[in-house]
Ligand binder design. Structure first.
Ligand SMILES: Cc1cc2nc3c(=O)[nH]c(=O)nc-3n(C[C@H](O)[C@H](O)[C@H](O)COP(=O)(O)O)c2cc1C
Length: 167
C-alpha cells in the first residue's frame, strides 16, 4: 500500500474480531513509531506492547469494554522532561496508526478513557513515575472497516498565500 492510500484508509476502528496480532506485525508498527520526527531528535518515547489476554481484559474493564476484543494494546509512554514530548509522541502514534492500517489492522487512538486513571495504569504496568502515558492504541483485526468519517473539506481548511484566500 502506498503511504497516501494508508493515510486515506486509516479510520478509528472500535470493533475487533478478538484475533491475536502476530508479534512481528506489532514490532513493525512500533518500528514505524520510533522512526517519527522528533524535536532535537530526543525520541522521548517507549512502546509497551500488551498482548496478554488478562492484561487486555483488565484495561478494558477499567476503560471501555470494546478494547477487550483487541489483539494487542500498544501503550505509548513518553518522557515529559523532554520539551516536545507531546508533539513527538503524537508523531510516533500517528506512524503506528498508519503502519497498522498498511498491515491491514484496525486501531484507535484511545486517550479519553485512560487519562483519568493514568497514575493507576502507570503503577499497575510498572511504568516509572516520571513518565506519562500519551495514549493507548488498541490494535486488532477489524470486524468491519468503518465507513467514511466526515472530514472538513479542502476548501474549508486551505488558504493560499494569505488567510482566507482560496486560490
Ligand atoms: C487525542 C485523541 C484522543 C482520542 N481519544 C479517543 C478516545 O478516548 N476514545 C475513542 O474511542 N476515540 C478516541 N480518539 C479517536 C477519535 O475519536 C477519532 O480519531 C475521530 O473521531 C476521527 O475519526 P477517524 O479516526 O476515524 O478519522 C481520539 C483521537 C485523538 C487524536
Amino acid at each position: 500500500m502506498q503511504t497516501l492510500e494508508a493515510i486515506k484508509k486509516r479510520r478509528s476502528v472500535r470493533r475487533f474480531t478478538g484475533a491475536a496480532v502476530p508479534r512481528e506485525d506489532l514490532i513493525r508498527m512500533v518500528d514505524a513509531g520510533r522512526q517519527a520526527a522528533s524535536g532535537h531528535n530526543k525520541q522521548p518515547w517507549d512502546f509497551m506492547i500488551v498482548t496478554e489476554g488478562a492484561l487486555i481484559q483488565e484495561i478494558a474493564a477499567q476503560t471501555s469494554a470494546w478494547l477487550g476484543r483487541a489483539g494487542a494494546i500498544i501503550v505509548l509512554v513518553v518522557d515529559p522532561a523532554s520539551r516536545w514530548w507531546m508533539e513527538d509522541g503524537s508523531a510516533a502514534a500517528e506512524n503506528i496508526l498508519l503502519a497498522a492500517t498498511d498491515l491491514g489492522y484496525g486501531t484507535c487512538w484511545f486517550e479519553g478513557g485512560m487519562l483519568a486513571r493514568e497514575e493507576q495504569f502507570k503503577a499497575w504496568l510498572g511504568i516509572p513515575q516520571d513518565r506519562r502515558i500519551l495514549t493507548f492504541i488498541p490494535v486488532g483485526v477489524p470486524e468491519e472497516w468503518p465507513g467514511d468519517k466526515p472530514k472538513k473539506t479542502l476548501d474549508e481548511v486551505v488558504h493560499w498565500q494569505r488567510w482566507g484566500q482560496k486560490a
